[in-house]
Design a protein around this ligand. Structure first.
Ligand code: C2G
Length: 457
């Protein structure tokens, strides 16, 4: 017979409030020893909780400070509850009655107890009361504008209410058909001169620099499709201007914000495959078959697509010491480019981007003890495999997400503004410089080689 009864309960405990406290106290009263599982950021985001304000560290600290809590653990994945029941020899699993039925399957391991929830208080309510609604405007009407608007509906405290495009008719048609956006502008200065606090820019790449610069000077926070600029000096200028004007400037690289992608980086940091020596990633898209304009395709495969593989390579291998390009051209622009970068200790990054070749869009990260395989499309990371010499040791990490993956990025952007932060840990200014460096360097070399050919003639 055990001399103490172990109770376990789980939660996010964002902005710890009286409802959480009461449930924790009631849980403790069911036994002698209380274990509390605090959900980790990636796990919360993967189960649809996008708007959590406090970091895992902060939430863990708040629970640790409660004297009746005996042990605090972090919950990182869905199957962990069952594993914990066995690991800690748990007698009772307690949870609020908003979850009635959802955890009945745990009766196989322990006794499940649903406890009454406290009415009239919730983290959602506190967040609504504590933070203003951020108004946002969209710059440019493109193919993905509607999905951006749809996905933003999942982010609390954000309201998209305006759109700008230099083309009057496009704006008129868009606002006429949109249920959400009622205000349209074809004058950028007028658009910026409204109560919007943030903009999302998705125009042709050569317009980014001017649009971003004006938005910074108008004091707006900016989320912009990558690349932010098409040469190094312009990029540096924009980043330092954003810093000076205290606005947030973030590249809209949605992969960087996906729960699975962040989990992958955490696992690599923990040494799951030993020391990483090589990263390979492919991203190709036959835009012609998707009826994109010739003008769009003429921006070149490197400019359109390289940011994604560069993100993976630079997040894992860091700064590159040298970059080589093996491009193939058609009508003067690159339809494919094999980009090989060398990093500290001779580590190698290999990216293939193409708009004129179709290939498998997967990624492989190779280490001294094993490798990680991310199936196509790796940039919409939902699942990855960790494989070793001994194939029985294979592990699968699964983080299915709803929608097209944009909501995680929009939630991070909104949350940074709300918390008065000007940098995202998921995509820092140094990350953005490294990622952009690849395509900016390619553009520079391409320009030089075109000029020298011209001179020879
Ligand atoms: N709770 C409560 N009364 C409230 C709000 C929350 O009793 N007014 C309870 C919830 O029922 C839950 C705990 O406090 O048992 C933590 O709530 P959340 O932080 O919202 O976490 P939740 O998403 O419910 O975590 O693995 C995570 C758990 O499965 C659920």
């Amino acid at each position: 017979m055990k001399d103490k009864k172990t109770v376990i309960t789980y939660g996010t405990y964002d902005m710890l409030h009286i409802g959480h406290m009461k449930l924790l106290e009631r849980s403790k009263a069911l036994g002698d020893y209380l274990i509390v599982g605090v959900t980790d950021e990636n796990y919360d985001r993967s189960r649809g909780k996008l708007n959590v304000v406090e970091s895992t560290k902060k939430r863990v600290k708040a629970i640790e400070a409660l004297d009746f809590v005996d042990k605090v653990i972090v919950e990182t994945h869905k199957n962990q509850k069952a594993e914990d029941m066995v690991k800690y020899d748990v007698d009772i699993f307690a949870i609020g009655d908003d979850w009635v039925g959802a955890f009945d399957y745990l009766n196989e391991y322990t006794h499940v107890e649903y406890l009454a929830r406290t009415e009239g208080i919730s983290s959602t309510k506190l967040r609504r009361e504590n933070f203003d609604v951020i108004k946002m405007g969209i710059v440019g009407v493109g193919r993905d504008t509607q999905s951006f608007i749809n996905e933003s509906e999942f982010v609390s405290n954000l309201k998209i209410n305006r759109i700008y495009s230099s083309d009057f008719l496009t704006v008129k048609n868009f606002t006429k058909n949109s249920k959400i956006i009622k205000y349209g502008h074809d004058n950028y200065d007028d658009f910026l001169d409204t109560s919007i606090r943030a903009v999302y820019i998705d125009t042709s790449l050569d317009e980014h620099y001017t649009l971003i610069k004006k938005a910074i000077l108008a004091g707006k926070h900016i989320l912009c499709e990558n690349p932010l600029a098409l040469n190094k000096n312009e990029l540096k200028e924009l980043l330092s201007l954003a810093k000076k004007e205290k606005v947030l400037l973030l590249s809209a690289l949605k992969t960087a914000f996906l729960p699975a992608f962040n989990q992958l980086l955490t696992e690599l940091d923990g040494g799951i495959i030993g020391e990483v020596k090589e990263v390979r990633a492919t991203r190709t898209s036959l835009y012609k078959e998707k009826n994109y304009t010739d003008e769009f395709i003429a921006q070149g495969a490197t400019n359109i697509l390289s940011s994604y593989p560069s993100l993976l390579v630079s997040k894992i291998l860091g700064k590159s010491n040298s970059i080589s390009f093996f491009d193939q051209k058609d009508k003067g622009y690159d339809i494919s480019n094999l980009i090989v970068s060398q990093h500290k200790g001779g580590k190698v990054g290999i990216s293939l981007v193409a708009t004129g070749i179709k290939s498998e869009g997967d990624a492989v990260i190779s280490g001294t003890k094993g490798y990680i395989y991310i199936p196509a499309p790796w940039w919409l990371t939902q699942k990855f495999y960790v494989r070793f010499e001994d194939e029985h040791k294979t592990q699968v990490f699964n983080y299915q997400f709803d929608g097209c993956g944009l909501r995680y990025m929009i939630a991070e952007f909104t949350s940074l503004i709300q918390r008065d932060k000007r940098k995202s840990k998921m995509l820092t200014p140094s990350d953005m410089i490294r990622i952009n460096r690849v395509l900016l360097e390619y553009n520079e070399r391409d320009k030089k080689s075109k000029e020298s050919k011209k001179n020879k003639k």
